[in-house]
Ligand binder design. Structure first.
Ligand code: FAD
Length: 424
């Protein structure tokens, strides 16, 4: 089958690799004229790594990423509230990887060039809309030089991110993403490894949170690339209320250190000098915490959505890239299960893909609106704003444990290998 994918991001490229492996002829249109390693750190949960492993990408990931050993919750004084072992250390079949988003996307792009053929990847082609005929879909393309053209396929997958043109075509009334009043500053700093050099920490509370994790193996000089995120709540009334974010959401909008020091300037932990890390930023970007309401339907005939185009969610719980990768595996599986020899089979496959993925992703959008795992931080801040001598005096560790397990189960974490995964 001829499949066209709009968007050469993490979801689109993973889908391209999975569908090409299954024998489909795949083409990708990416609006950027030249691909650059954009973004800062992201996390890939073990179930997503299992999918990437099934595509033969594990060695490349191991060479460039950090196999995360644990997620630690801490208060704003740096005291540990809870340590959740992750990846192989947590008994999963696969590692959890912390990785530079841009480097990861470049690796997927190069792999897709090798496997699909360089002429199957079209940089500088923005899909601006699509129309359907009885047995085909025609994508309307705007080239970076202003030319217009069309591409024909049996199936069109909209993996074109949070500002998806295909989503807008089918849901024109939707409007801009919804903002919850929180602003995120995302930076990278070269620093000495902290803790064991493989731990992700979330510290603070709902009004001010500092998230930090390494995203590359230590260098020869002992320094390591550290990713960090400062969340500051600018508007209290926005929780779930859908405010309009200050300016269009742009993943590459530069931020300023001076906006952060009034809030985080005195956060000095035994194990990390937070203002020092912030001031050492090599790169600093600003992004409002936005999502969109879950859609009642992703597919329209021979067109469907995937990744952020289908279910943009707050970047909480390491789900953004992970869920896009799970979508990629699910659509490939559905096409394998149902076949593609006629329109009815294709429709059944797209329905099966959506039935599997849409309710789960809607649930994660909703859980993240209720702050996901950050709920733990708020509970402790409320009960012990000045810190504690003994955690047990503040909260029953079993209460945290139950909460973490519930969130992870609902978000699709599984300690068993995925269908395509090998146990290792
Ligand atoms: C430049 C950039 C930087 C990011 N940085 C971070 C980060 O630091 N941390 C984080 O947590 N998340 C980041 N994200 C988001 C994160 O990558 C996604 O949440 C997640 O990986 C889901 O991936 P996706 O493929 O669905 O969407 P995306 O990764 O957003 O990919 C969408 C792709 O589609 C392309 N595109 C957009 N519109 C069209 C169109 N009409 N036609 C063709 N192509 C189109 C975009 O250029 C992009 O390559 C970033 C996204 C982008 C685009």
């Amino acid at each position: 089958m001829d499949i066209l994918i709009a968007g050469g991001g993490i979801g689109g490229l993973t889908a391209a690799l999975a569908l090409q492996r299954d024998g489909h002829r795949v083409q990708v249109c990416e609006s950027a004229a030249q691909l650059k390693p954009l973004g800062v750190g992201i996390n890939l949960l073990p179930h997503a790594v299992a999918v990437l492993d099934s595509l033969g990408l594990l060695p490349a990931l191991q060479a460039m990423a950090v196999p995360t050993a644990a997620l630690v919750f801490a208060n704003r004084h740096g005291q540990t509230l809870y340590r959740d072992a992750r990846g192989l250390d947590g008994g999963y079949s696969h590692p959890q990887f912390s990785i530079h988003r841009g480097d990861f996307q470049m690796m997927l792009w190069r792999t897709a060039q090798e496997r699909l053929g360089a002429d199957a990847l079209h940089a500088g082609e923005r899909v601006v809309g699509a129309r359907q005929e009885a047995d085909a879909v025609i994508a309307e393309i705007e080239h970076s030089d202003g030319r217009r053209s069309e591409r024909r396929a049996d199936l069109l997958i909209g993996a074109d991110g949070i500002h998806s043109a295909l989503r807008r075509q089918f849901h024109p009334q939707e409007g801009p993403p919804r903002w919850n009043g929180m602003m995120m500053w995302r930076g990278t700093t070269l620093a000495r490894p902290f803790l064991d050099g493989r731990t992700m920490v979330q510290a603070g509370h709902r009004r001010a949170k500092f998230v930090v994790y390494p995203i590359a193996p230590p260098r020869a000089d002992g320094l390591q690339l550290i990713n960090w995120i400062c969340d500051i709540r600018l508007r209290e009334d926005g929780l779930g209320g859908g405010l309009t974010a200050p300016g269009r959401e742009d993943w590459n909008r530069p931020g300023r250190v001076s906006d952060l020091l009034p809030t985080f300037g005195h956060w000095r932990f035994d194990w990390l000098d937070v203002p020092g890390v912030i001031q050492g930023a090599q790169q600093l970007l600003e992004w409002p915490m936005v999502d969109r309401d879950p859609l009642p339907r992703w597919r329209q005939g021979r067109i469907t959505l995937l990744g952020d185009a289908a279910h943009p969610m707050y970047p909480i719980g390491s789900n953004g890239a992970t869920q896009a990768i799970m979508d990629a595996q699910a659509i490939a599986q559905a096409l394998r299960d149902h076949g593609t020899s006629d329109s009815a089979r294709l429709e059944a496959a797209l329905a099966a893909y959506e039935d599997e993925r849409r309710p789960l992703c809607a649930r994660i959008v909703e859980m993240n609106r209720q702050e996901g795992l950050d709920y733990i931080l708020d509970m402790v801040e409320e009960r012990a704003p000045d810190g504690f001598e003994r955690l047990e005096d503040v909260i029953d560790p079993a209460e945290i444990d139950t909460f973490v397990r519930r969130y992870k189960a609902a978000a699709g974490h599984r300690q068993q290998p995925g269908p395509d995964a090998q146990v290792r």
